[in-house]
Design a protein around this ligand. Structure first.
Ligand code: NAD
Ligand code: TYD
Length: 353
């Protein structure tokens, strides 16, 4: 079978990446989707079980921080486009071990930029390097204000500093070498398949198991939440219709103070688990705050809405309910992830055939 285009998606076994891979594989049967992932603790091929045998899908295990591995993948698959999601993504891990974030998020991005530059030097037309970033690069807001595409960068955690650095490098490759890049910066995602170290899956898991819910500080930090499939829809639009060299902010216009969100989650979980009102709330436990904890993020996504016609497709109430239902229906997934069993999936699926 011949394909119209080959897109390399990095980090496709992770949370957002797996939704993006599924979206593209199903929507574009004439694109060949190459999923490059190192399968770190956050990469789980079980996320893609439903599409792994499709004719337009290929998985390649490689580490973007190793130049040769990246160049070998480019040489073999010759992508026309790259959607780059692979990253170390958890702020708490970046506080305990920043170095890994430098290798993957910065060096890894430079390796991809260099490989794309090399591959496309003779045929630059119709190519696209799409870098997926976060609103955390803009720093922390006070009680008012909102991040726009022109907000100056002011990252505060090793995670956000490493993402900011990669964003700058992507822009520099556009400015200096004319690489056809586009960047988007998105707010906090939630939905199925998120590793249970992040707030929502961790708390859903703990409520189900009657374990304490560790709220950092006073729970007054604010995040702007977006359903992961709406992020994937935005990525599709920006990949196809975004302008070279431009940045697009993506957000749900959906700010929640952590403690209010956690109380809503407890209420919904009480209903879904048929527990008495107030039961899950008793698990709330205030713990030592995260070091350098950003107070508030809020995204202005009007550029994306006005120029490309994007808007979220699910309300927060729908998205949160769908998300809880997914984790409750997929206890196996959570059990595999928390026990580490999911890491055997690659071996069984890809090496023992
Ligand atoms: P994730 O941690 O769930 O997944 C990251 C994926 O990257 C995993 O599959 C992992 O195996 C892979 N990976 C890590 N290091 C690698 C390496 N050296 N080589 C190859 N693959 C490697 O992350 P996520 O939450 O899905 O985030 C994906 C991207 O979206 C990241 O770039 C992140 O900065 C960005 N982002 C995330 C959010 C969010 O709320 N989760 C919001 C905005 C932007
Ligand atoms: P997180 O999901 O780690 O995303 P990010 O730090 O990238 O925004 O955390 C979301 C918010 O929830 C953040 O303000 C930190 C807070 N939080 C807790 O209070 N307790 C927890 O156990 C975790 C993981 C996060």
């Amino acid at each position: 079978m011949t394909f119209r285009s080959t897109i390399l998606i990095t980090g496709g076994a992770g949370f957002i990446g797996s939704h993006v891979v599924r979206f593209f594989v199903n929507k574009y049967p004439d694109y060949r989707i190459v999923n490059l992932d190192a399968l770190t603790y956050a990469g789980n091929l079980e996320n893609l079980r439903d599409i792994e045998n499709k004719a337009n899908y290929v998985f390649v295990r490689a580490d973007i921080s190793v130049e040769k591995e990246v160049f070998d993948v480019f040489e073999k698959h010759k992508p026309d486009g790259i959607i780059h999601l692979a990253a170390e993504s958890h702020v708490d891990r970046s506080i305990s071990n920043p170095t890994e974030f430098i290798y993957t998020n910065i060096i890894g991005t430079v390796n991809l930029l260099n490989a794309a530059r090399m591959l496309w030097k003779d045929q630059p037309g119709g190519k696209r390097f799409y870098h997926i970033s976060t609103d955390e690069v803009y720093g922390s807001l006070g009680d008012t204000g909102i991040f726009t595409e022109t907000t100056p960068y002011d990252p505060k955690s090793p995670y956000s500093a490493s993402k900011a650095s990669s964003d700058h490098l992507v822009r520099a490759y556009h400015h200096t070498f004319g690489l056809p890049v586009v960047i988007s910066n998105c707010s906090n995602n939630y939905g199925p398949n998120q590793f249970p170290e992040k707030l929502l899956p961790l708390f859903i898991h703990n409520i189900r198991q009657n374990k304490p819910l560790p709220v950092y500080g006073k729970g007054e930090n604010v995040r702007d939440w977006l359903y992961v499939v709406d992020h994937a829809r935005a990525i599709d639009l920006i990949y196809h219709r975004g302008k070279d060299g431009e940045t697009y902010n993506i957000g749900g216009n959906n700010e929640w103070k952590n403690i209010d969100l956690i109380r809503l989650l407890c209420k919904l979980m009480n209903e879904k688990l048929r527990r008495h009102p107030g039961t899950s709330e008793k698990l709330i436990t205030y713990v030592k705050d995260r070091a350098g904890h950003d107070l508030r993020y809020a995204i202005d996504s009007s550029k994306l809405q006005n120029e490309l016609g994007w808007s979220p497709s699910v309300t927060f109430e729908e998205g949160l309910s769908l998300t809880i239902d997914w984790y409750l229906a997929n206890q196996n997934w959570l059990d595999h992830v928390t026990s580490g069993d999911y890491q055997k999936y690659y071996e069984n699926q890809y090496l023992k055939r």
